[in-house]
Design a protein around this ligand. Structure first.
Ligand code: F6P
Length: 336
């Protein structure tokens, strides 16, 4: 189990050590990033601390695209997917020189601490900048992948799962009508979490994930036998990290001689209005992160684990690989 820095109980009466902080969204966007950023801004304003927004991720930090925000800056946002600040990947920020320019730009505005909302790549970049420049950094896991070590939640994963399950529900209708096998490719980069959760929730017959070996010969024989026993259709969820659903679908179609189709969901999984879970959890984490960075906390990522807000050491979070819960893998087999 990960070593937590402990659940921080950041009361309101904390000694404010910082006068100005900033928030940046980086890497792939996710539904709920706006709710988190909104909570960071509103918490800083509530505490009487100046708050700045960095536009377009680390690229904006390197190019000094930094703007002071007010409570009104984050109106009409909680229900919106994406990120009002914008996000972008930055080659220059991947160099120590680029990170130094970014740090100097932050200091130009008097910024003394930074909240980073992003995936493991963005949190890694932030950790490097913090170690190289001394800029206090607090991270929030903004990614639909749910692939950050030390936590069982990332901002946007619940919304993405619901988007995928909605797609599976629709695909079940047409697969049944035509007696087809339909493969659904989902995101998750190298993690199978999105595929596993949405596959179980969507009632998929098979869920192919990078963490678990699978045999297409065996799967095809089983699909054929189910079909011959009268089963009308099958859904196979494929995590992008496990392979191309188009290629896998071709193999299954040939081996089973059953009409087979493929849907690659793509970036629809990244959009949409965040669910209540993502809005509430992102808001809670945004407040925690703002209070922490204002009070001088550094090098931690806040998230949830087993229902509790936890703070995980940033370096550990980005340098450990999160594994897929074997209980979910077992359950998916029982229910298939
Ligand atoms: O990390 C989030 C994610 O959506 C992954 O699941 C996916 O593989 C990747 O981003 C896609 O990146 P891009 O938006 O740059 O195509």
């Amino acid at each position: 189990m990960p070593r937590y820095a402990g659940v921080l109980d950041m009361g309101r009466g904390i000694l404010m050590l910082k006068k100005a902080i900033a928030v940046v969204t980086s890497g792939g966007d996710s539904p709920g990033m706006n709710a988190a950023a909104r909570a960071v801004v509103r918490t800083a304003v509530y505490e009487g601390v100046e708050v700045y927004g960095v536009h377009n991720g680390y690229s904006g930090m390197v190019h000094d695209d930094i703007e002071q925000l007010t409570s009104r800056s984050v109106s009409d946002l909680i229900q919106r997917g994406g990120t009002f600040l914008g996000t972008a990947r930055s080659k220059s920020f991947m160099t120590p020189e680029g990170r130094k320019v970014a740090f100097e730009n932050l200091r130009k505005h008097g910024i003394e601490g930074l909240v980073i909302i992003g995936g493991d790549g963005s949190l890694t970049g932030g950790s490097l900048m913090s170690r190289e420049t001394g800029m206090p950094i607090v991270g929030l896991p903004g990614t639909i992948d749910n692939d950050v070590w030390g936590m069982d939640y990332t901002i946007g994963c619940d919304t993405a799962c619901n988007t995928i399950v909605d797609a599976i529900n629709k695909l079940r209708d047409t697969a049944s009508a035509h007696r087809r096998i339909i493969l659904v490719e989902v995101m998750g980069r190298h993690s199978g979490w999105l595929a596993m959760m949405s596959g179980i929730a969507g009632g998929a017959e098979y869920i192919l994930v990078p963490e678990v070996a699978f045999d297409l010969e065996e799967i095809s024989i089983e699909l054929q036998e189910m079909y011959e026993r009268g089963k009308r259709y099958s859904i196979v969820v494929v995590a992008e990290g496990a392979g191309s659903a188009i290629e896998i679908g071709k193999i299954i179609g040939e081996k089973t001689a059953i009409d087979t189709r493929v849907s690659v969901l793509g970036h629809i999984q990244r959009g949409g209005s965040p669910t209540v879970e993502d809005r509430i959890k992102a808001s809670m984490l945004g407040e925690k992160a703002a209070l922490a960075v204002i009070s001088g906390v550094n090098d931690v990522v806040f998230s949830f684990n087993e229902g509790q807000v936890v703070s995980v050491n940033l370096f550990e979070a980005v340098n450990n690989k999160k594994t897929l819960d074997p209980e979910l893998v077992r359950l998916s087999r029982v229910l298939a």
